[in-house]
Design a protein around this ligand. Structure first.
Ligand code: NAD
Ligand code: MG
Length: 417
């Protein structure tokens, strides 16, 4: 029985992880949960999974959660009340909780960085969904991993696909990932991308893109931030950097392929030119389950892939003119050091401003590019944790100030409406 701690339990990754725990009660036991603001869902999760520890991001909500739990009828309260904690130290406690074997990082954004480091320092295995942490702080996270016994298992579907393909190679025993060291014999990675919400839109029509349009994903049901990242294709750019840190390949050998059906979750090319792919319906439960069961596989009753039902698998190159975020990500990845942290933080802030309807969809890449350009003067090649945290704050502030000054497209009708 594997004991798991779920960070961001009320989100898309978190709820799917808990569904898996419910489906496999003999395999997994949930010992710790963390959440942001959705207390009613959190209370249901506490009732159902009876964790030992629950952590809230915001200490101000702790008394509210206590009250919710006290208000439950006696027969609906958890058999043993969980320990309740909050704030950064509370999230770190959940990430390093004594009885946990594996931590699922389902927090969105760089907010997941310190809990992820706490989990690594405590030697926990990680199911990494929270890609922003690795992207912003690769130069800090990788050396920590090297010193620790924790193993980094990718939950992102593309990186899970690559990881799964690598299991069938002669160096599979080296599947303790993410030391940033090149995987021998791995020649090329092809990350597949659905193309996001606007894949069938003409570039000129993006002028009319609204928040409602950008948060409607054709294939995957996910949190709002990553859905917007998919619409700008920044998600794929971030995944290029994630793949670089996980598998150690240089950026010239990590490619993006648009594959609208989202059936092939990514491909690897090996030294002998053989290409391996992993296929499945677009459902995050599979990559999450693989993190939890690795190196074993569990029998599931889940819908089985039928390629005759899919009919066609199609592929095309990415349109970098329509989607400038991909090139911004490649450039930040190649620069390395603190640049991916700036790219990521500027993106998080720009997406938040877009979701609040303060800027236009097309402002997002402009704001990120400006932040990355300005950061060149303060760039650091080998940042420490404090440096990453400081440039993260700087980039968010830089984007907020740029928005206050007014962006090029702010007055477009889609925003005014
Ligand atoms: P989500 O918005 O659905 O959930 C985020 C969770 O984090 C919630 O529980 C929320 O309460 C919590 N949270 C938010 N801000 C927080 C903060 N400041 N401090 C602590 N907790 C906070 O997001 P999601 O779609 O589940 O994505 C989570 C992570 O997984 C992201 O990094 C995303 O890129 C990655 N990911 C998600 C999917 C997916 O299918 N949803 C796929 C691949 C990767
Ligand atoms: Mg992905």
């Amino acid at each position: 029985m594997k004991a798991i701690s779920v960070l961001g339990s009320t989100g898309s990754i978190g709820t799917q992880t808990l569904q898996i725990a419910e489906e496999f009660p003999d395999q997994f036991r949930v010992v710790a949960l963390t959440a942001g603001r959705n207390l009613s869902l959190l209370v249901q999760q506490i009732q159902r999974h009876q964790p030992e520890l629950v952590a809230l991001a915001d200490p101000a909500l702790l008394p509210v959660l206590k009250q919710h739990l006290e208000d439950l009828p006696a027969d609906q309260r958890p058999a043993k009340a969980p320990e309740l904690v909050a704030g950064p130290s509370g999230l770190n406690a959940a990430a390093s909780w004594d009885t946990a074997d594996l931590v699922v990082t389902g927090i969105v954004g760089c907010a997941g960085l310190l809990p992820t480091l706490a989990a690594i320092r405590a030697g926990k295995d990680l199911a990494l969904a929270n890609k922003e942490t690795l992207i912003a702080a690769g130069p800090v996270v990788l050396p920590e991993l090297k010193k620790s016994s924790s193993r980094l298992l990718p939950a992102d579907s593309e990186h899970s696909a690559i990881f799964q393909c690598l299991q069938g190679t002669p160096w599979a025993e080296n599947a303790r990932l993410s030391t940033g060291v090149p995987t021998p014999g791995l020649r090329r990675i092809q990350l597949t991308a659905s193309g996001g919400a606007f894949r069938d839109w003409e570039a000129a029509d993006l002028e009319k893109a609204t928040v409602a349009d950008a948060t409607r994903h054709p294939n995957w049901s996910m949190g709002r931030k990553i859905t917007v990242d998919s619409a700008t294709l920044m998600n794929k750019g971030l995944e290029v950097i994630e793949a670089h840190y996980l598998f150690g390949l240089d950026y010239d050998h990590i490619e993006i392929v648009i594959h609208p059906q989202s059936i092939i979750h990514s491909m690897i090319e090996l030294a002998d030119s053989s290409v391996l792919a992993q296929l499945g319906w677009p459902d995050m439960k599979l990559p999450i389950l693989y993190c939890l069961s690795w190196p074993s596989r569990l029998e599931t009753p889940w819908r089985r892939l039928d390629l005759t039902e899919v009919g066609q698998l199609t592929f095309r190159g990415p349109d970098t003119a329509k989607y400038p975020c991909m090139e911004l990500a490649y450039a930040a990845g190649r620069a390395g050091g603190t640049m991916p942290a700036v790219l990521n933080a500027a993106n998080e802030e720009a997406v938040a401003q877009f979701l609040d309807e303060r800027i236009h969809f097309l402002d997002i890449p402009d704001l990120i590019e400006t932040a990355c350009e300005r950061h060149k003067a303060d760039f650091m090649d080998q940042p420490q944790l404090e440096d990453v945290l400081s440039v993260d704050q700087w980039a968010r502030q830089a984007v907020r100030e740029a928005v206050q000054r007014g962006t090029r497209r702010m007055t477009l009708p889609a925003v005014a409406a």
